[in-house]
Design a binder for this molecule. Sequence first.
Ligand SMILES: *Cc1c(COP(=O)(O)O)cnc(C)c1O
Length: 399
Amino acid sequence: MITAGPLASVPEAPVRVNATVAGASRGLGGELAVARVDLGAIGENTRWFAARASGAALMAVVKADGFGHGAVPVARSVLAAGAAWLGVARTREALALRAAGIDAPILAWLLEPGLVRAAVDNGVDLSVSSVDDLRRIAEVDSSRRAFVHLKLDTGLHRAGAAAETWAEVVGQAARLEGQGRIRVRGIWSHLSHGDVLGHPNNVRQRDALCAGVEVAGALGVHPTLTHLANSGGVIQIGASGCSMVRVGAGLYGIDVFHGRNGPSQLRPAMTITARIVGIRRVRAGEGIGYGHTTLAARDTNLALIPLGYADGLPRVAGAHGSLWCRSRRVPLVGRISMDQCSVDVGDLPVTVGEPVTVVGDGTDGAPTVADWADWAGTIPHEILAHIGSRVPRQIIEAD
Ligand SMILES: *Cc1c(COP(=O)(O)O)cnc(C)c1O
């Protein structure tokens, strides 16, 4: 028989706990599973990057709901820790931060045609890659001036003006600036190999951006900000003469070099705990889970964990992964399903309701985000960004 644990209603707002009571509230409360977000770690990581930005301003990248940690609480803690700017992909992400009362400077780099006016009205800076982008922004009827950051493609070949269109884009920006329609606040680009140690593209792209800034100067465009480096870029080439850096992954404790640059000094901010909701005895040879991909090798006990691929556990990780139960690794068995997975706990005297660690912070033997990424053949960023909204975030405030 599978014994069901108590069902919990999932609150809509993140559960906020104060660090002073964190020790006492580290349990799961009434939840089946909780993703704990340690804002102290995010603050420390922010200060670590700020110290390596050699005087340049820090833009904290809080796109994709702050890499799954919660954009609003993350934004508040990075700003308190010294970040000057926030960066997001879509315009709507920036507007959500404004709606939450965050008035720090924000850059959004994926222009949403239906939200250009709202962005300008709300003082959200927009990225520009083309004359078309400029036209869209300049034709907005707002009482506020639109602030833009001209993006030059220096080699990533994603967004940004191609080198051969740069002078045209800058020239048009200069005309619109002269008419008082826009203000060019920044010139920027994005690295293709920031997380590849010693890759020559990093300095090549830096040089290309410098050249682009010079062209702009000659055409009368003098922005106050230039920015290029991401997490890996800051560690490898610092701000590279720019006045700002844009850091995402590292703020959340991701080591973008996977240990190849020595032990990481960044602290993972998210840990995930789930309670055992059932214990099932299986006999040697019995099949486990959908398709019976695993047959029990011996008589054993399975613990049922109420997290599945809809919560962000990669389905392919079922073949290699393990969780942390009573200070040891217990292997996942059978397929990870949409809502649940099973681990082989052998003869451990586990009980229904007790917690297991699904994602740890690297301080014990529990699997880390990097382990999950290895099992799934991906990067930690994807694991974190996929942790589902069904898993309540428990925000641990910094001291
Ligand atoms: C995601 C992103 C960043 C942050 O990069 P990390 O490697 O996560 O530090 C910076 N700039 C742009 C344009 C991005 O899309």
